[in-house]
Write a protein that binds this ligand. Structure first.
Ligand SMILES: C[S@@+](CC[C@H](N)C(=O)[O-])C[C@H]1O[C@@H](n2cnc3c(N)ncnc32)[C@H](O)[C@@H]1O
Length: 250
C-alpha cells in the first residue's frame, strides 16, 4: 500500500499532500496577511514577536543570518530585520510562488531588498550548504510539510554549530473553558471569515483540521531530538493556542 498521510481530516497518499497544500496557499496568498489579523484578532503579531525575541538578532553591526522556512510573505523576516542591527539578514524559503511574490512586493515597498531574500524551496530539500545560518525559524509552517522528520533534519543540517532553531506552531488549548470556546471559534468562525474574505471556506477548514492533527508539544520535541537538536524545550503561549519550540545545533 502507498504511504498515507492526512490533509486536514482526509487520509491522502503522502505523495499527494504537497500539491493539496500548495493549492490552499495559492488561493489565500493575496489575502494571507489580512486573514491572519482577522482570524487571530491580531494575536499572531504577539506570537511572532515572541518568536523574534527568541531569535534574538544582535543589535550591533555583527553579521547575523536567519533562514525562515515556509516563510510565506516574509512577516517573520521583516520583524527580525526590524529588531536587529545593520548586520542582520534574512532568507525566506517557501514552496509557493504566489506567497513569495507577495513577499517580494512587500520587501520592495519597505526598501528592504538588501536585507531580505526570497528563495523558492521545499523544506524537505533546502538548497543551502551545510552550516550556513545562525538561526533557522519556521512559523505556522511545519504542519503543512508532508515529511516533518525530513524537514527537521534539513533545518538542522543548514544551521551553523551553536545555531538556534525555533518553531512556532498552533498547539492544544489547555485552559478549561477556553478550549470549548476555541473549538467553536475554529470550526465555525474561521471558515466563515475565509468565505467572506477569500471567497472560499475550504482552505480555512483545512488549516483548522491540520492544527488538530499536529503532534502534541512533547511528541514534537521528541521529533526534534531525533533530528539531532540539543537542549530542546518548548513553552505554550496564549493558553496553549500556540507553542514555541526551541532547539540548538551543538
Ligand atoms: C500558514 S503559512 C505561514 C507563513 C509564514 N511563516 C507566517 O507565519 O506568516 C504556511 C506556509 O508554508 C508553506 N509551505 C507549505 N509546504 C511547504 C514546504 N514543503 N516547503 C516550504 N514551504 C512550504 C506555504 O506555501 C505557506 O506559505
Amino acid at each position: 500500500m502507498r504511504d498515507q498521510t492526512h490533509f486536514g481530516n482526509r487520509s491522502v497518499p503522502l505523495s499527494d499532500k504537497q500539491a493539496l497544500v500548495d493549492d490552499v496557499f495559492h488561493k489565500v496568498a493575496r489575502r494571507y496577511d489580512l486573514m491572519n489579523d482577522l482570524m487571530s484578532g491580531g494575536l499572531h503579531r504577539a506570537w511572532k514577536d515572541a518568536l523574534v525575541t527568541a531569535i534574538n538578532p544582535p543589535k550591533s553591526e555583527r553579521e547575523f543570518s536567519l533562514l525562515d522556512v515556509a516563510g510565506g510573505t516574509g512577516d517573520v523576516s521583516f520583524r527580525t530585520i526590524a529588531a536587529g542591527g545593520a548586520g542582520a539578514r534574512a532568507t525566506v524559503a517557501d514552496i509557493n510562488a504566489e506567497m513569495l511574490g507577495v513577499g517580494r512586493e512587500r520587501t520592495a515597498e519597505r526598501g528592504l531588498d538588501h536585507a531580505v531574500t526570497f528563495v523558492d524551496a521545499n523544506a524537505e530539500n533546502l538548497p543551502f550548504p551545510d552550516r550556513s545560518f545562525d538561526a533557522v525559524s519556521i512559523a505556522f509552517g511545519i504542519r503543512n510539510v508532508p515529511r516533518i522528520d525530513v524537514a527537521l533534519a534539513e533545518m538542522h543540517r543548514v544551521l551553523k554549530l551553536g545555531g538556534h532553531f525555533l518553531c512556532l506552531e498552533f498547539s492544544n488549548v489547555d485552559v478549561p473553558g477556553l478550549d470549548a470556546l476555541y473549538e467553536l471559534y475554529s470550526f465555525n468562525v474561521v471558515p466563515a471569515i475565509g468565505r467572506a474574505v477569500v471567497g472560499d471556506a475550504e482552505p480555512y477548514r483545512y488549516l483548522v483540521e491540520s492544527i488538530r492533527r499536529f503532534p502534541r508539544p512533547n511528541a514534537f520535541a521528541d521529533m526534534m531530538r531525533a533530528a539531532g537538536f540539543a537542549r530542546v524545550s518548548h513553552r505554550s503561549i496564549s493558553g496553549g493556542i500556540v507553542a514555541l519550540h526551541s532547539g540548538w545545533r551543538l
